[in-house]
Write a protein that binds this ligand. Sequence first.
Ligand SMILES: [Zn+2]
Length: 253
Amino acid sequence: MRRFSKPWPPTNVSPDNQEPRSFLDAEREYLAALPAATDRGSFARGEFDRLDKGKLREVMYREQRSICAYCELRISEEHPAPRIDHWRPLSQENDLALHWKNLYLSCPTAETCDDAKGARPLKWDKDDPDLPWPVDFAYENRLGFTSRGDMYVRRDVVIDDATRNALRLAIEDQPEGSGTRRTILNLSHPALVAARAAAIDSERTRLERDFPGTTATRAEREERANALLAKNPLPPFVSIRAAWLRKTLGRGR
Ligand SMILES: [Zn+2]
């Protein structure tokens, strides 16, 4: 998870055979009609479903530079197409159903990301605030990785309890009383851990190829990390690649 900027609400979200309508106009019309809806949840779903998802995704690939907002897998317009996830669930926050900052592309992978999340909010307690939108929060500075590909919430940075608890639950199952609370995004799925470890291996191989018989300096590694982060599309699992290059991998929990 990383910070994204979302500067491009689409200028046309209508299906090709309909009158063009911008995303912001669609949201405005939706919010004006919402109070009169008898079933706000199904009205929200219906209005969202009227939008041309291909046109939304086209812009979202650019904004997210073609990685999943949650796990950082590469996403593209293949079958199945990436899912458009409501960060704050449509079923619970009707007024954000057509809010551009609330929409993120998730990989369609089974058991992780949007598939794991379903309609659950990204929070621990129901009275907690939701995890902030990634347009407003630099997740890359709060999350850490190990050389084995594990992901964890960093202890060496200041994070309020609600955010810390929600992030932990987003990553993996958490103990609760005598039982376990099921993870929201399942970012510690074994396939993801293995893929992150493989991403480190590929960075190591590239570095050894480009610096044969010598060791890259700290500045050279930093330059490579910055070059990766400037790429478009971003390399999959770019956060752990950059952390490895910067030698900021940690020991985990
Ligand atoms: Zn994902």
